[in-house]
Design a protein around this ligand. Structure first.
Ligand code: ADP
Length: 671
């Protein structure tokens, strides 16, 4: 086995590989770009080497620098992760040349599978089933048109060198073919530097089912069963699961064996994935082979209870496969959700920014008791930059069966809290809760077909969320943790026998102005006298702040609700029942006066009263100046927080007042 490996990647996969290296006592070397100098993967590895600028082309794709880093640090092997150089023949070759072990398949296997067309030709000779189509060398447009007509519409045009869902065109009818071919070739040439295309029958409502294979250097090859990755947006996977639901034992075995045949046909070594497209009657056809570890490998790990990175390292070090086909078993069901910094309602546009608050469900790896796993490459405080894939984390759950796993996934997604970039968490929750997904009725068109429900406006109960924000504000401004705050610091006014406070908000998403008024009737007991006028309702209201940070319980009439609030300046991010809503506190007093603290009925800091502008009993308009004090060589005007009547004036000109001292009282005139 190796003593030290270099991980030529970043983010969650670099951290994932490092975790196994650490467990096996193997040293790990990270590489990083300018933007990643403080990244998590750098922190979790034993050593790290800077390889260049932030753009991937200047760092993670620089073959010579990465080889150099490995040689310099004495690493014996390089794990490429996925993406970047993982399927780059030149890189695998450069490793060989430098005497480093490339933790992946032989160069020839990468190149054989690198072209979809050549791979299909190979698979045909290995008797692996193919989608009816054309993958020949002759690219004459007239011939391609004839082939498409022969196959029958709709057909799918694919860039032979394509990947990541790019370079594909669905053609509905013969008359559209020529134009689609031109545009597909143009995209293929610009994205992949190669305009060769192939044509396939476009299957309707197909499933994407893939098989994990593993082969060693001694002729051993096995399959580690299947994964369903049908839930895709724009041909990119969103949710993955293992095993693929609803396959008969017979189909499962046939697919596994076809996948092993595919691997054997290219003398494969290491971890690979053979992707099939499947019709609802269980017919499956080879699509492509990915010659690396997949993003979704954790679901296979969860159901086989095996560490696939450990297998990769063993195989690369020349050891035989740890288990035979007969020894491999599937246990329970696993689902993975990819949590992205993106905005689903704006066409899944990547979203960047600092993760001001990041709370993911508790993660435990490889246990049967607590079956929630998080693979993430970022921590709270890290920034999602525009340079790389905007994935925040992969959330993986395991259950006794699919229903159990689904319930765990739903719960785990409700526990995710992200403040900063937009995320797809709510969108994932909706898919998981949707009828077709929960029924296991999967196909690649699921998201599009259910667009209206999946993208419907949020239905988070605004009243409850706002009540939580009010509780957090009262706690913060009162400096009290248990609901009996003196709330002196908030603008408040006295009414007959009690106090009232205006709590004005702006809903960040909708820009709506929302009003709440908190009142406390001192003639009643502590538990009875508090009420909140909220969005037109007058409710009994009380709250407490749990010991756990950000956690509040709020009583609204007879109902106790629980939620979490993360406060970022005056913006209150409320997490309630799995949804998040943000409200900005409109500190009207602060706006009405020049300085932040003016407008309160309390002294914002220690100082001296220099003018009293009103008398007891005076009627004042909201915002009217009441009193001026001098503090830190500056004048602060205390203004009326609401329209009403001035009550008691507690100090006179020349008096020194302490920080936070109440200066006067007011009785609001009730509209
Ligand atoms: P890429 O290499 O870009 O990921 P694939 O060939 O793996 O491209 O296909 C990506 C996705 O496109 C599949 O998961 C599936 O959803 C869809 N797809 C591919 N081939 C077909 C086909 N013949 N009919 C219908 N859908 C297809």
């Amino acid at each position: 086995m190796f003593n030290k490996i270099l991980i030529a990647n970043r983010g969650e996969i670099a951290c994932r590989v490092a975790a196994t290296a650490k467990r096996l006592g193997i040293g790990s070397v990270a590489v990083y770009s300018d933007a990643d100098a403080k990244a998590k993967h750098v922190a979790v590895c034993d050593e790290a080497v800077h390889v260049g600028g932030s753009a991937a082309g200047e760092s993670y794709l620089r073959i010579e620098r990465i080889i150099d880093a490995a040689l310099k640090t004495g690493a014996q092997a390089i794990h490429p992760g996925y993406g970047f150089l993982s399927e780059n023949e030149d890189f695998a070759r450069a490793c060989d040349k430098a005497g480093l072990v490339f933790i992946g398949p032989p160069v020839e296997a990468i190149s054989a599978m690198g072209s979809k067309a050549a791979a299909k030709a190979l698979m045909q000779s290995a008797s692996v089933p193919l989608v009816p189509g054309y993958h020949g060398d002759d690219q004459d447009p007239a011939l391609l048109q004839k082939e498409a007509d022969r196959i029958g519409y709709p057909v799918l045009l694919k860039a032979s060198a394509g990947g990541g869902g790019k370079g594909m065109r669905v053609v509905e009818k013969s008359a559209d073919f020529a134009a689609a071919l031109v545009s597909c070739k143009r995209e293929a040439a610009s994205s992949f530097g190669n305009d060769r295309v192939l044509i396939e029958k476009y299957l309707l409502r197909p499933r994407h089912v893939e098989v994990q294979v593993f082969a060693d250097k001694h002729g051993g090859a096995v399959y580690l069963f299947d994964r369903d990755c049908s839930v895709q947006r724009r041909h990119q996977k969103v949710l993955e699961e293992a095993p693929a639901p609803g396959l008969t034992g017979e189909v499962r075995r046939a697919m596994g064996e076809a996948a092993v045949a595919a691997a054997r046909a290219v003398n494969y070594v290491g971890a690979g994935t053979v992707e099939f497209i499947m019709t609802h009657d269980g017919q499956f056809y080879f699509m492509e082979m990915n010659t690396r570890l997949q993003v979704e490998h954790p679901v296979t790990e969860m159901v086989t209870r095996l560490d696939l990175v450990e297998w990769q390292l063993k195989v690369a070090a020349g050891e035989p496969l740890p288990l035979t086909q007969q020894e491999l078993k599937v246990e329970g069901h696993a689902i993975e959700a990819r949590i992205y910094a993106e905005n689903p309602s704006r066409g899944f546009l990547p979203s960047t920014g600092t993760l001001k608050h990041l709370r993911l469900p508790q993660a435990v790896e490889f246990t049967l008791e607590d079956n929630v796993r998080i693979d993430s490459g970022v921590r709270e405080g890290d920034t999602i930059t525009p340079f790389y894939d905007p994935m925040i984390a992969k959330l993986i759950v395991h259950g006794r069966d699919r229903a159990d796993a689904l319930a765990r996934m739903a719960r785990a997604l409700r526990e995710c809290e992200v403040v900063g970039p937009h995320t797809n968490v709510e969108f994932l929750q909706r898919i998981v809760a949707s009828e077709p997904f929960s029924q296991g009725d999967l196909d690649t068109g699921l998201i599009e077909r259910h667009h209206d429900t999946l993208f419907a406006p949020s239905t988070v109960p605004q009243k409850q969320a706002l009540a939580l924000a009010c509780a957090a504000l009262l706690t913060r401004e009162g400096g009290e943790a248990h609901g009996n705050s003196p709330w002196d610091a908030l603008s408040h006014w006295r009414m007959a026998g009690g106090y009232a406070q205006d709590l004005n908000w702006r809903a960040i998403d909708t820009d709506e102005t929302l009003q709440a008024v908190f009142t406390r009737d001192s003639t009643q007991g502590n538990a009875e006298g508090k009420r909140l006028e909220l969005l037109g309702e007058n409710l009994r209201f009380d709250w407490s702040h749990a010991d756990e940070p950000h956690t509040f319980s709020v009583l609204l009439d007879e109902t106790l609700i629980k939620g979490r609030v993360f406060i970022d300046g005056d913006v209150f991010h409320v997490f309630y029942q799995g949804a998040s809503l943000a409200f900005e506190w409109q500190n009207l007093m602060a706006h009405a006066a020049d300085a932040e603290h003016e407008g309160r009925l309390t002294a914002p800091m220690p100082g001296k009263i220099i003018a009293v502008l009103v008398e007891t009993g005076a009627s004042v308009e909201k915002g009217a100046p009441l009193l001026v004090m001098e503090a830190m060589k500056m004048e602060h005007t205390i203004v009326a927080p609401t329209t009403g009547t001035v009550g008691e004036i507690l100090f006179s000109v020349g008096d020194q007042v302490a920080d936070g001292a109440q200066l006067l009282t007011m009785e609001a005139s009730r509209a």
